[in-house]
Design a binder for this molecule. Structure first.
Ligand SMILES: Nc1ncnc2c1ncn2[C@@H]1O[C@H](COP(=O)(O)OP(=O)(O)OP(=O)(O)O)[C@@H](O)[C@H]1O
Ligand SMILES: [Mg+2]
Length: 322
């Protein structure tokens, strides 16, 4: 039996925390309501702020399978919903042909081309039904999620902004009716809807109709206290003083005009990298040497390295001394 849904916002916060996810109250509220109202949760936000992690943590916390649909340009029904196992179907046809050949020869004692038309048609219909049956159906993530049975999985539709609009329109139908239609088999409807988390990095706007079906939450960069709490869980080996300085330093970087701001993922990586270098606190040289863990564009690194990094570091030390 999967774990029951949390029965309050506090219980949702506690459940996330028990699985090392330090959420702000507004996210826990959106998540609690999404579970209660059986609606998808739509998470938008900058890169590396913990959107994907919400779905992973929910699957663990609720003891459900995680089904992940990673979106990309050109994603189609065959990759997202279902596909027929073409090579196996072909093999089945060949085998059936061979079997019929033998049978026809035995029954009529003549060449197969002299088999009466109605017998050939009957064989054909039977074969068609056979090869478009469950045995030859390959389930892709959306179908897997709808067929979860009594313990519906957590369905993560990751980075929806990478797909194109026709797929979004299709998804809209699935999210409205919790069903998909397969012409050769019929309609497949979920016994109970899966827990759905949709993420987007907002490289383009997602259609209003999709958003309307969901509960929406913008995932912000954490404030310093929350990011420190995240480090305590995700990089517990880092000395407390170092973690504090890392958090304040990264926070200041996020206020600067950079091409790509560091996310929580980068903060965790930086704290781990500095700990691996045995740093107990930040110093200008170590900052300069490890900026590549935080910033992933040479223009950004060039801008910060040297005097800018030194100036930020001075502010960090003054702020923490106060
Ligand atoms: N609130 C949080 N509590 C604990 N860990 C967090 C939190 N936010 C982010 N993380 C950690 O940061 C890392 C990045 O998170 P995640 O991959 O979910 O980000 P994302 O928003 O999906 O990023 P992207 O847009 O690049 O896909 C993960 O290792 C995750 O564990
Ligand atoms: Mg992600």
């Amino acid at each position: 039996m999967p774990t029951a849904f949390p029965d309050s916002i506090d219980a949702t916060l506690a459940l996330l925390a028990a699985h090392d996810y330090v959420a702000e109250r507004s996210l826990a509220t959106a998540l609690f309501l999404a579970l209660r109202m059986q609606r998808p949760l739509f998470l938008e936000g900058e890169a590396g702020v913990g959107k994907t992690e919400v779905a992973k943590v929910m699957a663990r916390a609720l003891d459900r399978k995680l089904v992940r649909l990673q979106c990309y340009e050109g994603l189609d029904i065959a990759s997202a919903v279902y596909e027929w196992n073409y090579p196996r179907q072909m093999l089945e046809i060949r085998l059936a042909e061979a079997a019929n050949l033998i049978k026809d020869n035995k029954e009529t004692n003549t060449f197969p081309r002299q088999t009466p038309g109605h017998v050939r048609r009957a064989h054909g219909d039977e074969l068609r039904q056979g090869i478009f049956s469950e045995k030859f159906l390959i389930e892709r993530p959306l179908l897997q999620a709808l067929r979860g049975g009594e313990a519906p999985p957590v369905l993560l539709i990751d980075e929806l902004d990478r797909t194109d609009e026709p797929f979004e329109a299709y998804l809209l139908e699935v999210l409205s009716d919790w069903q998909v239609s397969i012409p050769e088999i019929g309609t497949i409807k979920a016994q109970e809807p899966p827990v759905v988390v949709i993420t987007s990095n907002r490289t383009r706007e997602i259609h209003d109709a999709v958003k309307r079906r969901c509960l929406y939450h913008w995932v912000n960069y954490p404030d310093a206290a929350r990011e420190l709490a995240i480090l305590a869980r995700k990089a517990p080996e880092a000395p407390h003083r170092l973690s504090q300085e890392v958090v304040v330093f990264v926070n200041k970087l996020r206020g600067m005009d950079l091409f790509k701001l560091p996310g929580v993922a980068e903060t965790i990586d930086w704290a781990k990298a500095l700990t691996a270098l045995n740093a107990l606190a930040l110093d200008p040289d170590t900052v300069n040497d490890t900026l590549g863990v935080l910033l992933k564009y040479q223009d950004d690194i060039a801008k910060i390295q040297g005097s800018a990094a030194a100036a930020i570091l001075r502010q960090v030390k003054i702020e923490l001394a106060a």
